[in-house]
Design a binder for this molecule. Structure first.
Ligand SMILES: C[S@@+](CC[C@H](N)C(=O)[O-])C[C@H]1O[C@@H](n2cnc3c(N)ncnc32)[C@H](O)[C@@H]1O
Length: 220
């Protein structure tokens, strides 16, 4: 996958508090019993252009970080931003990672939303659970599906208006829906999936528009 044009600019315009997402995600994990230990091994799943890596380095320079993303373009951008040293880089999907019980904690920011709910989301979450030590924690941040309402057409139109008012460029002459190509799910479905993958119920930590952050713990 190519780096979306102006990816960082787009997410900054569409996600209120985007700059704080990675900061809070790292702070949450740094306060966890296992990943809080000095020199803990931490996985950044779907690191993209490196927002969480920048924060991890600032807050926890002692962490031994593995950054994984299947996109060579995204990884290259992150490596340019952070320098190649001091991070283990993997060009791979999390599902292909052979790292059973290696990590004290993991971060997944804006990744699950892009995976279809046809077994792919479950495979991703199961791989994350497997990669964690028992009791290890995952900070998951994702776009969540809103409750469907009889006024849905108005809600959809409002999201397009929001994009337009945010100055986002039109794609093919049309503004693309905020959720175009994404597969957001509701909290009940997320709970069922993370439980099936071996995590506790997701504890919601924050919400900003449709984006929510959760803390999950792998069963001991
Ligand atoms: C929307 S970007 C988010 C990047 C970054 N976490 C951020 O918040 O800016 C989603 C990233 O997840 C990566 N990704 C998609 N499927 C993945 C998978 N199965 N395992 C790991 N990363 C994946 C994509 O290549 C992309 O870089």
């Amino acid at each position: 996958m190519a780096v979306p044009q102006g990816y960082d600019l787009v997410v900054q315009q569409l996600i209120p508090g985007y700059a704080s997402l990675a900061r809070l995600a790292v702070a949450l994990l740094a306060a966890s019993p296992k990943a809080g230990r000095a020199g803990a091994q931490v996985l950044v799943a779907g690191c993209g252009t490196g927002a969480e890596l920048v924060e991890a380095r600032a807050q926890r320079p002692d962490w031994r970080v593995t950054a994984i993303d299947p996109s060579a373009e995204m990884l290259a951008e992150a490596q340019q931003r952070l320098g190649e040293a001091g991070i283990v880089w993997r060009q791979s999907r999390v599902e292909e990672l052979q790292a059973d019980a290696c990590f004290a904690g993991a971060l997944s920011v804006l990744v699950l939303q892009s995976l279809p709910d046809d077994g792919t989301k479950l495979a991703f979450l199961s791989a994350l659970a497997r990669s964690l030590e028992p009791g290890g924690q995952l900070v998951l941040v994702d776009l969540m599906a809103p409750e469907r309402s009889p006024l849905q057409a108005q809600v959809d139109a409002a999201w397009l208006g929001f994009q337009k008012a945010s100055g986002l460029p039109a794609a093919d002459g049309e503004l693309s829906a905020l959720t175009h190509g994404l597969h957001p799910i509701g909290t009940a479905r997320l709970t069922a999936l993370v439980n099936a993958a071996g995590f506790s119920d997701p504890a919601r930590v924050f919400q900003a528009l449709g984006y929510e952050g959760f803390l999950l713990q792998r069963a001991a």
